[in-house]
Write a protein that binds this ligand. Structure first.
Ligand SMILES: CC(C)(COP(=O)(O)OP(=O)(O)OC[C@H]1O[C@@H](n2cnc3c(N)ncnc32)[C@H](O)[C@@H]1OP(=O)(O)O)[C@@H](O)C(=O)NCCC(=O)NCCS
Length: 194
């Protein structure tokens, strides 16, 4: 069941009903070549338009959640789409979050528990902050349950928007780690979710 709010912004598990809305947003994301954070960058839009392929894509997301057929070095993760209901009832795809159920060595140093993206046309309007807020609420409800009492969030030290999102949601700076050159340092924060 969707988590409806006054402003009609909510998290939803990926589903075929919103295939078109998703594809529109992926096209927008792929047009921004300088971003390097999101998995949607590698999706083939023409394939996504095919029902069978899209079904397979959704199946992979489900498998990632249950932990079946996971590639080595991957942990189970839950993916939600951030959707907004318009006045005319239409749902717009605003963003995506992936919540890793547990940390491995790489996630502890670089990736953290949570990765998110907001579509370019929806940026600078507070959606990123709201996305993390809704995500922490889900974790608090055990959807999914994660392996530590606070969530580990990370961002490049140059990603000022993400840094603000984390800090505004109660993130407490913990440390920073080096990434392979020429990438900037990663900042690590613990964020309470209870
Ligand atoms: C990072 C990202 C999620 C931010 O989403 P957003 O919806 O624009 O964020 P918000 O509108 O909630 O803005 C959060 C804060 O950052 C500020 N901000 C937004 N873009 C900024 C930028 N380019 N530089 C500096 N500050 C910025 C906002 O002003 C806001 O601060 P304020 O509340 O004090 O005004 C979005 O840019 C994105 O999807 N980027 C690519 C993926 C990514 O970086 N993911 C995070 C990986 S750690």
């Amino acid at each position: 069941m969707a988590d409806m709010r006054e402003n009609s912004l909510f998290l939803l598990k990926a589903q075929a009903t919103y295939q078109k809305a998703f594809i529109e947003a992926v096209a927008e994301l792929q047009a921004l070549e300088h971003d390097r954070y999101y998995v949607e960058q590698n999706l083939d839009i023409e394939q996504l338009k095919q029902k069978r392929f899209f079904k397979d894509y959704l199946k992979k997301i489900k498998q990632q959640e249950s932990g079946s057929n996971l590639p080595i070095c991957r942990v189970p993760q839950t993916v939600y789409w951030l959707m907004e209901k318009q006045a005319d009832g239409q749902l717009i795809w605003i963003g995506r979050v992936a919540i890793r159920h547990q940390l491995n060595e790489n996630l502890r140093r670089i990736g953290g528990h949570i990765g998110y993206v907001i579509r370019p046309s929806a940026r600078h309007q507070g959606y990123g902050c709201q996305l993390l807020d809704l995500t922490l609420e889900k974790i608090c409800q055990g959807q999914p349950k994660i392996d530590t009492e606070q969530a580990l969030l990370t961002c490049d030290e140059t990603n000022l928007a993400s840094k603000k999102i984390i800090e505004k949601n109660g993130g407490i700076f913990s440390s920073s780690s080096e990434q392979e050159a020429p990438l900037p340092r990663k900042l690590l924060y613990w964020v309470p979710y209870t």
